[in-house]
Ligand binder design. Structure first.
Ligand code: NIG
Ligand code: FE
Length: 394
């Protein structure tokens, strides 16, 4: 006997480790039917068929339901105040989305107290947890002054280890007449103040935000200060972002909605993950990114929420999975993989997004017999329990 806990009677377990699969699914999600998982402390210590599980002191009966790795949401913008209901209403009446709306949230965020911002992050993080998310990346980008960006990152870092400096979200309204001076600030004093609080640096490479040369300068400066690059690329139009991401070996190119054949080829050849954010296309009534094209070319695809008050105000990974399956050409197995192992790849993490011995014990129990129900039963709250670092959260 050990002090570990066995989760038994799992009808279907997604491990994302093909070597663990029992052959019941031809995809690479390592599916095991009638499975058990043993957790000890914050780690998974055994995975396999129920009949072979070692004896443990404690057991949790999954009741013939499905277990998947906790979702890894590798792209969100949670440090903000206010919302943009009016902008959403206008959009649903026919107006189009533009990066300009970000200014509304910048004003509200600057005016908020630290306590209000931190309470907001906690609220949306808990919302995400209830929907099965166990790791969540989040960004600054609604401060756009040295002090406001640094405080956003300090606050974010009290909630998650995956923190991204996005001083280059848009050119600050205070620098509207001198974008070059804003880039100098983002790569200079602001970077110095922000780098200690972040792991990643990001830039919104888009018409109306930053061009390819500015994005290269920003990501290169960040890298010199120890931050790893990721990028908002090719969301609203074709552009240089994806090629730049691959050139700089960024962990992820996010959005990837407008891609040339050369962009797809670059992603297929490089180590940069293509992170698709269907909540943004849903909420901006835009054309869907083509996940099928990317997967068929050999690119690694992640799915994330992009949770933010402007373009995608959802914290729900199950919602994104349902959209990706319905409208982006993904199979349910591919979508689950992208929302777990794909997100882990986009964060260059091997300890999460997978159910195998030694991995962090991050598991999501569904009130359903199979992971396929996440796409098959859209909008239904199917998450029944979540273990994060081995501890039940709900
Ligand atoms: O990822 N693309 C840039 N940033 C966000 C939108 C932010 C906003 O509209 O407030 C995004 O979609
Ligand atoms: Fe984003």
């Amino acid at each position: 006997m050990t002090t570990a806990t066995a989760i038994t009677n799992i009808a279907s377990l997604v491990t994302n480790d093909p070597s663990l699969g029992d052959g019941s699914s031809p995809s690479n999600i390592g599916l095991i039917q009638d499975a058990a998982v043993v957790i000890d402390g914050d780690r998974i210590v055994w995975v396999g068929e129920s009949s072979k599980a070692p004896a443990t002191d404690n057991a949790f009966d999954a009741g013939g339901r499905a277990v998947i790795p906790g979702f890894v949401d590798s792209h969100s913008h949670l440090v903000f105040a206010g919302d943009r209901t009016a902008e959403f209403n206008a959009r649903m009446s026919g107006q189009s989305y533009s990066a300009g709306g970000i200014r509304t949230t910048v004003a509200a965020t600057r005016a908020a107290t630290d306590e209000q911002l931190s309470a907001n992050v906690a609220k949306y993080l808990h919302e995400a947890l209830r929907q099965g998310t166990t790791t969540l990346e989040t960004k600054s980008g609604y401060g756009l002054t040295v002090e406001d960006e640094a405080r956003a990152l300090r606050i974010a870092a009290t909630h998650t280890d995956e923190v991204t400096y996005l001083g280059a979200h848009i050119v600050s309204p205070d620098f509207a007449d001198d974008p070059a001076a804003y880039v100098a600030l983002v790569t200079g004093e602001m970077l110095d103040a922000c780098a200690p609080h972040a792991r990643w640096i990001d830039v919104f490479c888009e018409k109306g935000a930053f061009d390819g040369d500015q994005a290269r300068a920003i990501l290169t400066a960040g890298r010199a200060k120890g931050l790893l690059p990721r990028i908002h690329a090719n969301q609203l139009s074709y552009g240089p972002g994806v090629q730049l991401a691959v050139e700089l070996d960024a962990a992820s190119a996010d959005h990837c909605t407008h891609l040339t054949d050369a962009d797809v080829e670059a992603l297929a050849q490089g180590d940069t993950v293509a992170t698709l954010l269907p909540g943004a296309e849903f909420s901006t009534r835009a054309e869907w990114p083509d996940a099928r094209r990317l997967i068929d070319a050999g690119a690694t695809v992640a799915l994330s929420t992009d949770c933010n008050p402007g373009s995608s105000f959802t914290s729900s990974m199950p919602f994104c999975i349902a959209l990706a399956v319905r409208d982006m050409g993904m199979t349910p197995d591919e979508a689950i993989w992208s929302a777990t192992a794909g997100g882990a790849a986009a964060l260059r993490r091997s300890d999460i997004g997978v159910v195998r011995e030694g991995a962090r014990a991050d598991l999501t129990l569904l009130d359903a017999p199979s992971h396929v129900h996440l796409a098959y039963r859209p909008g239904v709250p199917l998450v029944s329990q979540v273990w994060r670092s081995g501890r039940p959260q709900l």
